[in-house]
Design a protein around this ligand. Structure first.
Ligand code: BG6
Length: 300
């Protein structure tokens, strides 16, 4: 059984690496600070809201200054855990991007890693709230490694008696000097579904550059995509596993203005490169089967 944060038996301060804290909106979160990096992980959504290696002057993840910080609301930025459906592909009337990003996760444990990093484990079982939209029993684990790199592993187990199909994403938002000047490499030659052009299938030639609102599902994408940011002289490597699709998103001007939890001009400072199981890349698990959707994020 998962332990709740109020009834846990772990020491809250593990080798000085992490402690339970109160974040924006008084939300409970885990602050990680080790010799290699700092991070903030929210129990609401199992959400990594901040990650910064010690040797980098800037946060790697972007978070909106207009985000809601409320239990039951998604956090705008960081890494929302989208599951068991991606986007609006869930049941009619259900929230976008599934139930996991707004559910309250349980803190299951933490340990120091041999290289100086910290491992944190959160869990989410099928609960009454989740059952409103998703009838299949499930068990989720989110295993995070905070160190030279940030590693996020979403481990999904189907506890239903029948096969279950899900979609989802580790919807990472990255901080960039200027979205109009960065490029995303590693997706050259992939076909993609252009969600802003009636789901037309197109071919990526050269790196991805942001020139307008962008909302694409890249298919059969390779393991690593790089966000090359010459303005900040850094390159972020996004290396995924258990994922056949990569979503690239920037809302640009008009969509930013329509989103209440997104500043009108904030689109210039972010882009999303998401480790996904989206569209035809849905994952089917037989009874008792599991799958790990994972990403390692590292700054060169
Ligand atoms: C992206 C989708 O992954 O998430 C976009 O491809 C969507 O279509 C974006 O607009 C943000 O979604 P939400 O639900 O967090 O506003």
């Amino acid at each position: 059984m998962p332990r709740t944060i109020l009834a846990m038996s772990h020491p809250l301060d593990l080798a000085g690496h992490c402690r339970l804290a109160t974040g924006p909106g008084d939300l409970p979160c885990i602050h990680v600070a080790n010799d290699l990096a700092a991070a903030e992980i929210h129990l609401n959504g199992g959400h990594v809201a901040h990650y910064q290696p010690r040797n980098d002057a800037r946060p790697v993840l972007w978070t909106s200054g207009r985000s809601h910080w409320e239990a039951g609301q998604p956090i705008r930025g960081g890494i929302p855990v989208c599951w068991p459906w991606f986007g609006d592909s869930g049941p009619e009337g259900a929230p976008a991007h599934g139930i996991a990003r707004t559910a309250r996760w349980h803190w299951l444990g933490a340990s120091a890693l041999a290289d100086g990093g910290t491992r944190i484990e959160l869990g989410l079982e099928d609960e009454a709230g989740a059952r409103r939209w998703w009838l299949h029993p499930f068990s989720l684990r989110l295993v995070l490694g905070v160190g030279h790199a940030l590693d996020v592993a979403l481990q999904v187990r189907n506890r239903a008696a029948e096969a279950v199909t899900w979609t989802g994403a580790l919807h990472s938002y990255f901080a960039v000097s200027d979205a109009r000047a960065v490029r995303v490499e590693g997706l050259e030659g992939c076909s993609y579904i252009d969600r802003l052009d009636h789901d037309a299938v197109k071919l990526q030639t050269g790196p991805v550059r942001f020139r307008a609102e962008t909302d694409r599902i890249y298919r059969d994408s390779g393991a690593t995509a790089w966000i090359v940011d010459e303005g900040w002289k850094r390159r972020i490597a996004v290396t995924k596993r258990g994922s056949g699709s990569t979503v690239v998103w920037n809302p640009w001007v008009a969509k930013s203005a329509r989103m209440p939890d997104f500043g009108d001009d904030e689109w210039t400072g972010m882009c999303c490169v998401e480790t996904a199981r989206a569209g035809e890349d849905a994952c089917t698990l037989g009874p008792g089967e599991g799958h790990e959707l994972g990403v390692t994020i590292a700054v060169d």
